[in-house]
Design a protein around this ligand. Sequence first.
Ligand code: SAH
Length: 251
Amino acid sequence: MTALHPVALVGAGPGDPELLTLRALKRIEAADVVLADDLIDPRVLALVRGRLLRVGKRGGCISTDQQFIHALMVREAQAGHRVVRLKGGDPFVFGRGGEEVDALRAAGLDVEVVSGLTSGIAGPAGVGIPVTDRRHSAGVVLVTGHPGEGCREPDWAALARTGLTLVIYMGVARCAELQAQLLAGGLRADTPAAVVSAAHTARQRHAITTLADLPACIAREGLTSPALLVVGEVVRQAARDATALREVLRA
Ligand code: SAH
């Protein structure tokens, strides 16, 4: 029998438990204690058999200090418990997973990282957007719209010039500002754009529009965080079947 790592940093995927990896499911079921972010779908939390500790970090709600999360993981692991740190999507995509690995290693603990489906790829895919369709784009940029403390603001004008698909996490609140910078950087106003909110959850909603209309569309449709903004020609693929959407995107 292989020994379990003391702490597993597990990606829960975007929502639907069918999008968990088999390894994620095994670690969740075997855990004595699970420290879960607050973006985790209730259907995934229902799989937890051990103690469940909610340690959400979202603005506006009760948020747990990152240092406290580190200390809690270390304490539980040192007590001999099998610890799972459950994070939305992929633990190494905007999830502070790197910082948590550093803190655990600094405490002399071994860490297993269990990758998950990131919302920025699975979310668009769920509404028919292939983020790197070669007919439209040579690649995709996963970028934060809310860099926060200790993270440099992305060079939006430079990103606008790459011709790559932009998948913007945490971008809803600053959408108008990001749109202005991308337009100033040379992206056409009629560049297709999409918003996918609460992807792969019971509350999923999305909209397809253009870069020019993006902030107004978010307000009109009442689309809220957590959401991805997708900007680029690949968004046209989502519009294929819907006449109304073809109207919006008529070049
Ligand atoms: N590690 C996560 C991202 C964490 S940052 C991942 O790989 O997906 C949090 C941001 O991710 C949210 O603000 C939102 O932009 C995005 N996000 C996470 N889950 C989402 C979901 N189910 N639907 C849409 N966006 C989501």
